[in-house]
Design a protein around this ligand. Sequence first.
Ligand code: FES
Length: 272
Amino acid sequence: RDMGTPARSGAPVALTIDGIPVIVPEGTSVMRAAMMADVQIPKLCASDNMEAFGSCRLCVVEIEGRRGTPASCTTPVAEGMVVRTQSDKIRKLRKGVMELYISDHPLDCLTCSANGDCELQETAGQVGLRDVRYTPGDNHFDPSGTGARSQAEAKLRGGHDNPQFIPKDNSNPYFTYDPSKCIVCSRCVRACDEVQGTFALTIEGRGFDSRVSAGTLADDFFSSDCVSCGACVQACPTATLQEKSVAELGTPTRSVITTCAYCGVGCSFKAE
Ligand code: FES
C-alpha cells in the first residue's frame, strides 16, 4: 500500500532484499524496492502519495557494509546493495519504538471506533508488541476518560489533573481531532500541504510537547484555513482525525471511490 518515496523512472539498479534479487529504477527507496520483492517492512509515517519523511523509525533495516540501521523509506537503493529487513537487532529496535508510541496512547482499542481499521494497532501486532513495560506517567490522555472538551470539564468529570492533556477539537462539522491518540507522524500535515496544497496544519512545540495544530493563529480547526477536504483524515494512521460519522456509527462496511465535485480539481476520494 505504501512504500516511502514515490516511484522513480531512472536507470535500473540491482540489489537483494532478504536474499531476494530485485531490479528497480535509480532513486527508488529501499522500502519501495522491498515491496517490489514482496517483503513487508513495518511503517507508520510513510505513505504512497507523499514524499518520505523518516520520522517514525519503524522501517529501519540493515545494509551490508553500512553502519547503523537506516530508515528504509528515506534510503535510496544502490547497485549491489544487500538489505536485511529482519534480524534480532531490528526486531528489538522496532518493538522498542512501538512500545514508546503505545506508552503514550490510550489503550481503549476495544471501544475505539477505529478498532480493526487502525494502522497503529495493526503495526503493533506486526512488530510483535504484546506488553508495554512503562507505567502510566506523563501522557496526553484525557484524565477523565470521557472525551472531555476542556481541562475544566475533565476535572469536573472526575479525572486527575493532567497538564499534558489537550482537549478534543470537535469544531469541524465533519471530523474530530483527538490529540491524545496522535503519534505526530505528520501525515496529516503533509497531506494538507503536498496533496491538497492548503497548508492549514502545522506541528507546534518540540519533543514530548509537539502536537498537530490547525495553524498558530486559529483557536481550532473550524476557525483555521482548513477547507474540510478530508485529506488529513484519510492520511491519519490512528483515530486522531476521524470522520464524525465513523466515530458515531463505526467503520462502514462498503465504500466506493468517486470524484469530488466540490472544487473542480478532480480529486478522487472514498465515499462510504
Ligand atoms: Fe520510514 Fe516512518 S516509515 S521512518
